[in-house]
Write a protein that binds this ligand. Structure first.
Ligand SMILES: *[C@@H]1O[C@H](CO)[C@@H](O)[C@H](O)[C@H]1NC(C)=O
Ligand SMILES: *[C@@H]1O[C@H](CO)[C@@H](O)[C@H](O)[C@H]1NC(C)=O
Ligand SMILES: *[C@@H]1O[C@H](CO)[C@@H](O)[C@H](O)[C@H]1NC(C)=O
Ligand SMILES: *[C@@H]1O[C@H](CO)[C@@H](O)[C@H](O)[C@H]1NC(C)=O
Ligand SMILES: *[C@@H]1O[C@H](CO)[C@@H](O)[C@H](O)[C@H]1NC(C)=O
Ligand SMILES: [Cu+2]
Length: 168
């Protein structure tokens, strides 16, 4: 796939996330970082869209193999600058598989789950307890992925998603 095409897809994703964000204004504003939608407007912790949020990636699903995180990101976006993404995953033992968090350098590597130039931001043990926190500090696309099994978790396990935080 050519670079132009890839760029078009990024823009398309950005536009569709924007559209969903606007259409679901009420939905996203009462979302407190989990799947619990029952808190309801105006009783939720939402205060005037000003405070940055702490968002658990995957909601109650946390960060695991086989959950569609692209779908999650579309449904739970848009995300804003200075929002904190929290990755929660159990440290590995005899019965559970390890997970990690990487930042991929560009859309091509994201699409192909190519980890060669990726930057590891969380070790397999860092998702325990309150989880690994990552602040969306810059106005740029972020490509997150699990790096385990040389891209297998990313590709087959769907453990990847892209975020382009908005200005408030
Ligand atoms: C959000 O909810 C309020 C109060 O229920 C309603 O007046 C407003 O039209 C809703 N906005 C959207 C975008 O649905
Ligand atoms: C959902 O949120 C409401 C209001 O904050 C709380 O009372 C309720 O216990 C929550 N339910 C779950 C399943 O977390
Ligand atoms: C994951 O969700 C996205 C967005 O809803 C969808 O386009 C994609 O086909 C899904 N992936 C799989 C493997 O089902
Ligand atoms: C994000 O937080 C930093 C440090 O607290 C602050 O300097 C910056 O203005 C904030 N950016 C936005 C868009 O809120
Ligand atoms: C492995 O970790 C899982 C999830 O934390 C836990 O439920 C399970 O009891 C652990 N198994 C062993 C053998 O420690
Ligand atoms: Cu994984």
């Amino acid at each position: 796939m050519g670079l132009g095409n890839a760029g078009a897809i990024v823009i398309l994703v950005a536009i569709s996330m924007f559209g969903i964000g606007m259409a679901n204004k009420n939905f996203s504003s009462d979302w407190n970082g989990n799947w619990n939608h029952t808190a309801g407007w105006p009783h939720g912790q939402w205060n005037a869209d000003q405070t940055s949020k702490r968002i658990v990636v995957g909601g109650s699903e946390n960060w695991h193999f086989g959950f569609n995180y692209t779908d999650w990101a579309i449904r739970n976006g848009p995300f804003y600058l200075n929002d904190t993404l929290v990755f929660k995953f159990d440290p590995p033992n005899d019965t559970t598989f390890p997970h990690s968090v990487y930042l991929l350098p560009n859309f091509w590597s994201f699409q192909n789950c190519d980890l060669r130039r990726a930057k590891k931001i969380a070790q397999v043990t860092q998702g325990r307890g309150e989880g690994f926190e990552f602040v969306l500090k810059r106005w740029q696309p972020y490509y997150f992925a699990c790096g385990e099994r040389n891209g297998f978790h990313c590709k087959t396990g769907m453990m990847k998603f892209a975020v382009w935080p908005f200005f408030r």
